[in-house]
Design a protein around this ligand. Structure first.
Ligand SMILES: Nc1nc2c(c(=O)[nH]1)N[C@H]1C(S)=C(S)[C@@H](COP(=O)(O)O)O[C@H]1N2
Ligand SMILES: [Mo]
Length: 333
């Protein structure tokens, strides 16, 4: 890790200068999301809202409309806290959470991740949404955020390594996005994919035998559950890079590795997608991975968890305490 280039804070990396071809203007996004009638835009925007084809690589279907500078999303933060997820528990110390991270694209050492993100470019941030949906699209994360109502929720978070935290996430239910992109009847799973840029994230090349990019997946019913969040912020601010900027998933009743960070691609698919962790060790990190204190990991107990700031040992709860919201998803008939 010695060759990380330290830049002064005022240095603007060249890659932050937005290439026009990577930009989606607000109007095309509104149209893709179905907020504007086609007629309103047709005279000025012909060809600019063509959906990205499923197989199309990056670049296809990208709009080339007027370049807009990325709007600061600071006006969206802090978002109002959802009273249903405001349990009154003491929050984990913000700095502890921001310096104790699992993000293997950067490092396997938790307290080093946040020091290795200087080169990671998170704006612009195109996200490709495709597969078995009626409205495939490619949007920049800022445009998506602008269109969504953000809320804050305090959730428990439990890593498979038996550590835990309680943090306020900002975002919106994944269901709101899925409803807009309209899954087709054959869609049964949602597949998520993280960026894969070895030049920006030193852990990728170091773990050269890992099946990058990091991928994760959920059954469609799990993805549609109101607890499943698309997260863009934490502690009332946009996500810092080490927490998965600019956009990640949070699935609070599953072990932490299901909560994939820095997503660039979302696909609705028919068959259960491969995930990085299941590919590496299926007996240790199976697809479903609901928090369950009664089922030990092959190498350690899952009965308790350690709060990362206080060090307190706490009993782990089935579904991480979210059983009333999700246990019907797993009822055997
Ligand atoms: N892309 C990506 N997402 C990831 C990981 C990762 O290494 N890469 N680690 C996972 C694991 S194991 C955990 S516990 C959480 C940690 O999230 P946090 O650092 O924001 O607490 O992110 C999950 N999402
Ligand atoms: Mo984890």
């Amino acid at each position: 890790m010695a060759n990380i280039i330290k830049r002064p804070g005022w240095h603007i990396p060249e890659k932050l200068v937005t290439p026009e071809s990577l930009y989606w203007n607000r109007r095309s996004f509104l149209k893709q999301m179905g907020f504007l009638g086609a007629g309103i835009l047709s005279s000025t925007m012909i060809g600019c809202s063509k959906p990205v084809s499923e197989s199309g690589g990056s670049g296809s279907g990208v709009t080339t409309g007027a370049v807009q500078s990325a709007k600061s999303d600071s006006s969206k933060y802090p978002a109002p806290r959802n009273p249903e997820f405001n349990p009154g528990w003491p929050l984990t110390n913000e700095k502890t959470a921001a310096t104790y991270n699992n993000f293997y694209e950067f490092s396997t050492v938790k307290d080093r991740v946040h020091k290795l993100t200087d080169k990671f470019v998170t704006s612009p941030w195109p996200i490709q949404i495709g597969g078995l949906i009626e409205k495939p699209m490619k949007v920049d994360v800022q445009e998506m955020i602008e269109m969504m109502t953000l809320e804050e929720r305090v959730y428990r978070f439990r890593c498979v390594e038996a550590w835990a935290m309680i943090v306020p996430w900002t975002g919106f239910p994944l269901k709101k996005l899925l409803d807009k992109i309209a899954p087709k009847s054959g869609a049964r799973f949602v597949r998520f994919e993280t960026f894969n840029r070895p030049d920006q994230a030193p852990g990728i090349a170091r773990l050269s035998d890992y099946p990058w990019p990091y991928t994760e997946g959920l059954r469609l019913e799990e993805a549609m559950n109101p607890l499943t969040m698309v997260v863009t912020g934490i502690y009332g601010k946009p996500l810092p890079k080490q927490h998965g900027a600019p956009i990640r998933i949070i699935v609070p009743w599953k072990y932490g590795y299901k909560s994939i960070k820095s997503i660039v691609k979302i696909d609705l698919v028919e068959t259960q997608p491969a995930t990085l962790w299941e590919t590496l060790a299926p007996s240790e990190y199976p697809f479903e991975s609901n928090v369950n204190p009664a089922v030990p990991h092959p190498r350690w107990s899952q009965a308790t968890e350690r709060m990362i700031d206080s060090g307190d040992l706490v009993k782990t709860e089935p579904f991480n305490g979210y059983g009333k919201y999700v246990e019907n998803l797993y009822k055997k008939v």
